[in-house]
Design a protein around this ligand. Structure first.
Ligand SMILES: Nc1ncnc2c1ncn2[C@@H]1O[C@H](COP(=O)(O)OS(=O)(=O)O)[C@@H](OP(=O)(O)O)[C@H]1O
Ligand SMILES: Nc1ncnc2c1ncn2[C@@H]1O[C@H](COP(=O)(O)OP(=O)(O)O)[C@@H](O)[C@H]1O
Length: 200
């Protein structure tokens, strides 16, 4: 499909852009059930990074499922395509020099693995928000679980569609963590990650 396409050798690359911004760029991927806290935690982590002068961007359902992926539903194939496209977008943003925070249910392990491969494993930090289904249902932020239990929503993750938990996430937080504790745990890991990058 991609025959006859040759990449141009541009002179300004990720290395130059990271040097200009003063920090490395990578992807922080939040996965977990609906209502587990992905967006809330990603938002708080972004605020913390922003305060430290870092260049960030959040990808989540609001800016992706209403726009780029508005043609996709919640069937298994659509979810896979949703995550594949998001991985490609995140890769461009990481290449552009941003610390990207992505908050998606992303229920399939193979799809998350593809994202990690797309951005490069060294540029992928997986955060598993492992809040239990029971707690997510208790919160029922959007009323989706109640509808799913009534059979009004098909393919609801955790009820009538699968969620494959990460086997080896870089970070795991759940509802026993306060928001502040979750943010601190993630920021500590990110800071260590940044220190381990070669100074460019
Ligand atoms: N069937 C079903 N299953 C799960 N979630 C559903 C469903 N229908 C709608 N929603 C709402 O859509 C949000 C999940 O979208 P994602 O793009 O993150 O899903 S996925 O990664 O493609 O599985 C999810 O948002 P969050 O609550 O922010 O996770 C839900 O609000
Ligand atoms: N410790 C916590 N960490 C994150 N969110 C929490 C916590 N305790 C309660 N919440 C609430 O749970 C809900 C999580 O919703 P949201 O962040 O939209 O989840 P998701 O993006 O995974 O669907 C929010 O209303 C948030 O205020």
């Amino acid at each position: 499909m991609q025959k006859n396409i040759k990449e141009h050798d541009f002179k300004i690359g990720k290395t130059e852009r990271n040097a200009a911004k003063g920090h490395p760029s990578f992807l922080i991927w939040f996965t977990g059930l609906s209502g587990s806290g992905k967006s809330t935690i990603a938002n708080a982590v972004e605020q913390e990074l922003h305060q430290r002068g870092m260049h960030t961007y959040i990808l989540d359902g609001d800016n992706i499922r209403h726009g780029l992926n508005s043609d996709l539903d919640f069937s298994p194939d659509s979810r896979t395509e949703n995550i594949r496209r998001i991985g490609e977008v995140a890769n461009l943003m990481v290449d552009a020099g941003l610390i990207v925070l992505a908050a998606f249910v992303s229920p399939y392990r193979k799809d998350r693995d593809l994202v990690a491969k797309t951005v490069g494993n060294g540029n992928y930090v997986e955060v598993y928000v492992s809040t239990s289904l029971e707690e997510c249902e208790r919160r029922d932020v959007k009323g989706l679980y109640e509808k799913a239990r009534r059979g009004e929503i098909k393919n609801m993750t955790g009820i009538s569609a699968p969620y494959e938990a990460p086997e080896n996430p870089d970070i795991e937080v759940d509802h026993t963590y306060s928001l502040e504790d979750s943010v601190n745990k993630i920021i500590t890991t990110i800071e260590n990650r940044i220190k381990s990058y070669p100074h460019e």
